[in-house]
Design a protein. Structure first.
Length: 124
């Protein structure tokens, strides 16, 4: 039985097929994050925090963001870059962590880079 990896298969495909399947040089990445604020803040303060995150960090860097924002539960979101040359990397995960660190809150944050078309794929 062959031990052909997905990357090997991607390399064998014609460019047109790789583009249609969003593989190889046509992969699109995003940063998935889970946030849980453990500081005791009000709903209004939490809403302001999220509004500032979207305005300052997301829109300020030409990014898109989607997710579910909950103070009492885990907040899950996805940050992606806009435009033709979307080159989101782990650098964005570090920048998200730095932004929340600057707010002097107690929180847990987990960020990871994902393939937007194949989220089950491991990013190396």
């Amino acid at each position: 039985m062959s031990s052909t990896t997905r990357t090997d298969l991607d390399a064998c495909m014609k460019k047109r097929i790789r583009k249609k399947l969003h593989v190889g040089e046509f992969c699109e990445y995003g940063v998935e994050f889970d946030l849980k604020v453990t500081s005791s803040i009000s709903e209004d303060e939490f809403d302001t925090l999220i509004e500032n995150f979207v305005e300052d960090f997301v829109e300020g860097n030409g990014l898109y963001c989607g997710g579910g924002w909950h103070l009492k539960e885990k907040t899950a979101g996805l940050v992606v870059e806009t435009g033709r040359d979307r080159k989101v990397s782990l650098e964005y995960a570090a920048r998200i962590e730095d932004w929340f660190k600057s707010k002097n809150l107690e929180y847990t944050l987990d960020c990871s880079l994902i393939d937007l078309w194949y989220p089950e794929r491991k990013i190396t």
